[in-house]
Write a protein that binds this ligand. Structure first.
Ligand code: FE
Length: 206
């Protein structure tokens, strides 16, 4: 998101945001009472931030682009299809895959908080959690997309999906041109995190 989105909050930027402070206070209290182990927390965060990242999601999309039967299964039962590849777990209990086409471009938000398919994409980026993204994506999706550098033809409709604690979405971007015959590993390298949220496209084939 560009800087002007954050201007109104500039005066508050010296201190962490309210939610950050509240989380820190809660974490401190739980550790002091011996209810959680900070090393376990660090391990969980490291797993989702560094080990998973969006790599699992990219493997899913690469498989879908390469295998039509898997693609169909992903669209009809994404939770089952991704579990077949070994991806499941917290924040990924119910996943729906959204098919991008020339007619429809899908875009994902969580207007309430920051629900996100962790087992596939890791931890959500900061902008995904921002008030601006959550509010503006619903009101003016095309403008938000333009700020991400996503320009769509006027005949393409934008569909915005609001994630919840029960449902997490995975956008299946269109396969880039010039990738016929590519191996799944090659395809996966083109798939960006943002292309699976709907705020970006896959990289072009080189
Ligand atoms: Fe949420």
């Amino acid at each position: 998101m560009p800087d002007d989105v954050h201007d109104s909050k500039h005066a508050h930027s010296v201190l962490p945001s309210d939610p950050t402070l509240r989380v820190k206070a809660l974490e401190t209290l739980l550790i002091r009472k011996g209810l959680i182990d900070p090393t376990a927390l660090d391990a969980i965060i490291d797993t989702y931030q560094n080990k998973i990242g969006p790599k699992n999601g990219a493997k899913v999309i690469a498989r879908a682009w390469s295998d039509l039967a898997f693609y169909d299964r992903l669209i009809s039962d994404a939770t089952g299809a991704v579990a077949d590849l070994g991806f499941h777990g917290r924040q990924g209990e119910h996943i729906i895959a959204l098919q991008n086409t020339n007619e429809i471009h899908n875009m994902v938000v969580c207007t309430l908080c920051s629900c996100y398919p962790w087992p596939l994409l890791g931890i959500p980026p900061t902008w995904y959690k921002s008030d601006a993204y959550r509010a503006r994506t619903v009101r003016e999706p095309r403008k938000v997309l333009a700020e991400f550098g996503v320009a769509l033809p006027s005949e393409t409709s934008v569909r915005v999906w609001d994630s919840t604690a029960e449902l997490r979405y995975l956008v299946v971007p269109q396969r880039p041109k010039g990738t016929k015959g590519w191996r799944e590993e090659q395809l996966a390298a083109l798939i960006t995190r943002d292309s699976m949220i709907g705020t970006g496209f896959p990289k072009d084939a080189q």
